[in-house]
Design a protein around this ligand. Sequence first.
Ligand code: 4AD
Ligand code: MG
Length: 463
Amino acid sequence: MKAINFKKLQNEFKSFENKEVLLQGWIRTNRNQKEFGFINLNDGSTVSNLQVVYDKTLNNFEDVSKYRVGCALSVYGIVVLTPQMQQPFELKATKIILEGDCPENYPIQPKRHTKEFLREQAHLRSRTNLFNATFKIRSLLAYAIHNFFREKDFLYVHTPLITANDAEGAGEVFQVTTLDLNKLPKDDKGNVDFSKDFFGKQANLTVSGQLEAETFALAFKNVYTFGPTFRAENSNTTRHASEFWMIEPEMAFADLNDDMDIIEEMVKYVVKYVLDNAKEEMMFFEKFVCPGKIKQLEELLSSHIVRCDYEEAIKIFKNSKKKFEVDINYGDDLTTEHEKYLTDEYFKTPVFLTNWPKEIKAFYMKLNPDGKTVAAVDLLVPGSGELVGGSQREENLDLLMKRMEELHIPQKGMEWYLDLRRFGSVYHSGFGLGFERLIMYVTGIENIRDSIPYPRTPRNCEF
Ligand code: 4AD
Ligand code: MG
């Protein structure tokens, strides 16, 4: 007999009435008395457990009563409908096989564990309801994102993870080298001789697939990449990870407004997808993690995301009676409290913040006619702050080279990127959406370390 998964059984239990089925999973609780007992079995397919009832008709009754939390079992049994009980059916065991024993020192006991403790047990934490629900949502969101772009006919491109460029120009790259760090080869000037390194030059893990995605956009028009990115940014916050996943669409013949239209459509699409397809998990978050979340997401679906210029936002801060910890002036980047003020207090919705001073944005962003701002956009959302960063790209070769010069970005190694402006250049736009921040926004989880299976953060690379 092949095992059925509990979710399927839950959805179709009536058609299984009085039939024998096999379920396989792990014990969450085992309570018993002299003559009978109850096992709550979880097989990972949903946050809820199957109730197994067993009694003395089992020849291994005495053993079964001693099976501890965490044991792996195969349970054969008859589906019995229990309309008068809280759960509409249970399994009356006919045979229980112990597949994997679990000693008493199993760390995941049926009690409240702190998230910090569970991070230390990240290899086991997926056996808790919180992480079962979280990684279901994570998986479903990834699926929804691919669905969205496939429906829109975007090409899915795999951009490289090892590169020789720093797409954001922020110097936050992890080097990739096979040189012996204790015996570095030096040139005549005493500098490390990277010509002796694996790639014959300095290489690093990518901080963004954007630049390569642009090359594909100028061939296929509409493309996206979705993969891991790496940042050696020494910020220990609840929203920064050193390895995170990013969705980066890139569109030719698209300006900043087109960019925002797609961001808005995509975010709404994936939120709706999860509300429609992960009802049980979303109810779990609503109940135990972030009350009010479902209503907040439903409101997003029926509203239009506010679009506000950076300059306007500065005026809003200046005119507000609120006392900010950090005073903000034109030219400054927003801090968390400013983002929060806009999304949680002033607009009370997600906000597109547009047309930022060029000094605080990346080199590739299109200079506006005013000569001081760039056609950039950040989408700020309640809870996770900056969810999306995007822009129209500078398609003019001279302006782009001038900007690179100002920021001391060497042209060497970037000729291929400049070629896009030499050969059939066209206005184009794109954005990057932080996948973990999306998960945080959708679920209400407050720490990025709980949205990714094995978080990497400064001084932390376990598992
Ligand atoms: O704003 P960022 O740095 O933009 C880019 O990388 C562009 N190349 C994107 C593009 O236009 N194709 O990053 C984009 C998004 C942020 O808005 C944020 O959601 C997420 O990526 N992000 C991080 N998420 C987790 N940990 C970090 N350290 C992150 N840094 C950025
Ligand atoms: Mg950004």
